[in-house]
Design a protein around this ligand. Structure first.
Ligand code: TMP
Length: 211
C-alpha cells in the first residue's frame, strides 16, 4: 500500500441504549459491501479480548469495580484495537464503529461522581472519527422499545443523563439523526452521509482525537 492510495473512513455511530446502532451498523456494512466498497464493523466494548471480558463481567454485574477503574478499562479496550483500526483505514477499509470514546465519556460522567473532563483525557490520541452519527431517540420512545435487559446502565433515568451528556459533543463532525424513523429510511439517511464522508476523506490524513 503506497501513501498515495485512498484510505478508508472512520465512521462512528453513537446513541443511548436501544437507539438501533447495532442494527444500523450491520446494514451499513452490508450496503457498502454490496456496492463493492470494503467495509467492516467494529463494536465497543469489544468483549472478545481479556479486557473486554472484564468489562462484560462488570456490565453483567458479576464483578464490581471502582468507576474510574472501569472507565479506564473501556478506554484500554479501544487502545488495544487502535493499531488494527489504523491498519485497516490505511488499507482502504471503511470502519463502521458501534460506540467509541463518546460513549466512554457520556456513560461514566453520567455517574456524576466522575468529572467529564477527567473522562476525556485517556481518549485523546486515538484515531479521530471522520464523522460521528448520533442516533437520537427520546426517552419516551426508548421506553416503548423492547425492554432493557439486566445490564448495568439499562434504565431510563440513567439513559436520560447519558442523553444530556451527548449534547456536550455536538460539533462539526457530530451529526444528529432521528432514530425513531423507519429502519430502512434511517439506513438510507446514514448511508448518504457515509458515502459523502468516504469521498471527502479519501485523500486526507486520519487525525488524532482531541476531546
Ligand atoms: P453495548 O450495549 O453497546 O454493547 O454497550 C454496553 C454498555 O457499555 C452500554 O450501556 C454503554 C456502555 N459503555 C460505556 O460505559 N463505556 C464505553 O466506553 C462503551 C463503549 C460503552
Amino acid at each position: 500500500m503506497t501513501k498515495s492510495a485512498m484510505r478508508g473512513a472512520l465512521i462512528v455511530l453513537e446513541g443511548c441504549d436501544r437507539s438501533g446502532k447495532t442494527t444500523q451498523c450491520a446494514k451499513l456494512v452490508e450496503a457498502l459491501n454490496n456496492m463493492k466498497i470494503p467495509a467492516k464493523k467494529i463494536s465497543f466494548p469489544d468483549r472478545s479480548t481479556p479486557i473486554g471480558s472484564l468489562i462484560n463481567d462488570y456490565l453483567s454485574r458479576k464483578i464490581e469495580l471502582p468507576d474510574r477503574s472501569v472507565h479506564l478499562l473501556f478506554t484500554a479496550n479501544r487502545w488495544e484495537l487502535e493499531p488494527e483500526i489504523r491498519k485497516q483505514i490505511e488499507a482502504g477499509v471503511t470502519l463502521i464503529v458501534d460506540r467509541y470514546s463518546y460513549s466512554g465519556v457520556v456513560f461514566t460522567s453520567a455517574k456524576q461522581c466522575v468529572d467529564f473532563k477527567w473522562c476525556c483525557g485517556p481518549e485523546n490520541g486515538l484515531p479521530k472519527p471522520d464523522i460521528v452519527m448520533f442516533l437520537k431517540l427520546s426517552t419516551g420512545e426508548m421506553a416503548k422499545r423492547s425492554g432493557f435487559g439486566d445490564e448495568r446502565y439499562e434504565n431510563i433515568e440513567f439513559q436520560h443523563k447519558v442523553d444530556i451528556n451527548y449534547d456536550k459533543f455536538k460539533n462539526d463532525n457530530f451529526i444528529q439523526v432521528d432514530a425513531a424513523q423507519d429502519v430502512s429510511i434511517l439506513t438510507n439517511t446514514l448511508l448518504e452521509q457515509v458515502l459523502k464522508t468516504i469521498d471527502t476523506v479519501k485523500n486526507q490524513e486520519l487525525d488524532d482525537l482531541v476531546l
